[in-house]
Design a protein around this ligand. Structure first.
Ligand code: MN
Length: 384
């Protein structure tokens, strides 16, 4: 097998790990294109090493700067660049690992062109799940999740969503799993970003600390596996060894386990349905781990989880609003403008005021996204 792949978000956390996975599978992949945001130093190294035909960067300025320094590679820019790369029929699989709603349009383009998607961008399914999964079905395109919990569920069911009673998504609980409300209220950025189990980008690490990440994953799972929200359960599992489990209608439960490394779900998604040895993430020694703990999530300390369930159940544009408001609030927290616990307050207020559009179009979703981000800045101004 040699599979032609493009990576959107090649200089981010998932993108870099995907290239490590590809390094561990010599001859299996040919890289058509790489897209980065503003880290052109790293992108230049990636161009030298992987020799893509096309690259894309965040802005025109960066594209002009890069063009002067590289040869034999076409340089694109912005959202247009992502779309051009995504829709190119040379791709056999597209890894979507950009953050935020930037991933949505390129994903739609790729699906329209029959290209399989390895999806690391959960916002795409949270905000526009019905559009994306509907189109994938119509075009007979696989969406293989890179998110470790969803990869776990996918592996447990072998791609066939039949006879499922419920699924269980596990959460490590983040850095504040055992903290009091007061401690969470006073949490600084540094402690919040010190995730005990997973090394990830800063936005998702904050989401893990508030459990919003798990909430977004519940909505992601609803669309990926066509399940009712009542059949998606979240449990806290601090060791992060069991990534997900499926209970079938006969009561049998199958779970997927592994050391907490993103290399495994990334490799699963980009090589699906084949399996290879790949890079060594180490072998899981259960006797070394010796115990696996499971707890119910505490919705008092982590209200974001319940808000995400509510937004998902309400449907329409509620999840798009939730996603956009949360993202803006997280950035405000990372800039030191608000407290960690303000994120939930802002999301709650925005959802209360949200005017839902049932069965939204792509345009509706983009407008809700834009509007929701705007009201967060208004909230922040009114506070000051
Ligand atoms: Mn996850």
């Amino acid at each position: 097998m040699t599979r032609t792949i493009s990576i959107l978000g090649s200089t981010g956390s998932i993108g870099k790990q995907a290239l490590e996975v590809i390094d561990g599978l010599p001859g299996k992949f040919s890289i058509f294109a790489l897209a980065a945001g503003n880290n052109i130093e790293l992108l230049k190294q990636q161009i030298t090493k992987y020799k893509p035909q096309v690259v894309s960067v965040g802005t025109e300025e960066l594209a002009l700067e890069l063009e002067k320094e590289v040869k034999n590679v076409k340089v694109l820019q912005g959202q247009e660049g992502l779309k051009q790369i995504a829709g190119d029929s040379q791709n056999e699989v597209l890894l979507v690992a950009v953050t935020g709603l930037n991933g949505l349009e390129p994903t739609i383009y790729a699906i329209e062109n029959g290209i399989d998607i390895a999806l690391a961008n959960k916002e795409t399914l949270v905000s526009a799940g019905s559009i994306v999964t509907g189109l994938a079905k119509e075009k007979n395109v696989n969406i293989i999740p890179v998110d470790s919990e969803h990869s776990a569920i996918y592996q447990c069911i072998g791609g066939k969503n039949s006879a499922i009673n419920k699924i269980i998504l596990t959460a490590s609980g983040g850095p504040f799993r055992t903290s009091s409300i007061k401690q969470i209220n006073n949490a600084d950025v540094e402690t919040t970003l010190a995730h005990p189990k997973w090394s990830m980008g800063s936005k998702i690490t904050v989401d893990s600390a508030t459990l919003m990440n798990k909430g977004l994953e519940v909505i992601e799972a609803h669309w990926l596996f066509s399940l009712d929200y009542k059949d998606i359960e979240v449990i806290i599992h601090p060791q992060s060894i069991v990534h997900g489990a499926v209970e079938f209608i006969d009561g049998s439960v199958i779970s997927q386990m592994g050391l907490p490394s993103m290399h495994i779900p990334i490799q699963f998604a980009i090589t699906y349905p084949e399996k290879f040895t790949g890079i060594k993430t180490g072998s899981l020694d259960l006797t070394q781990i010796s115990r696996l703990d499971f707890e119910k999530p505490d919705l008092n300390r982590f209200p974001c989880l319940e808000m995400a369930y509510e937004a998902g159940k309400n449907g329409g544009t509620y999840p798009a609003a939730l996603n956009a408001v949360n993202e803006e609030a997280v950035y405000a927290f990372l800039k030191g403008k608000i407290k960690l616990t303000d994120i939930a307050k802002i999301v709650s207020k925005a959802l209360e005021q949200h005017e839902n559009i049932p069965d939204p179009s792509f345009k509706d979703i983009m407008e809700v996204d834009k509007y929701s981000r705007k009201i967060v800045s208004e909230y922040l101004l009114s506070k000051l």
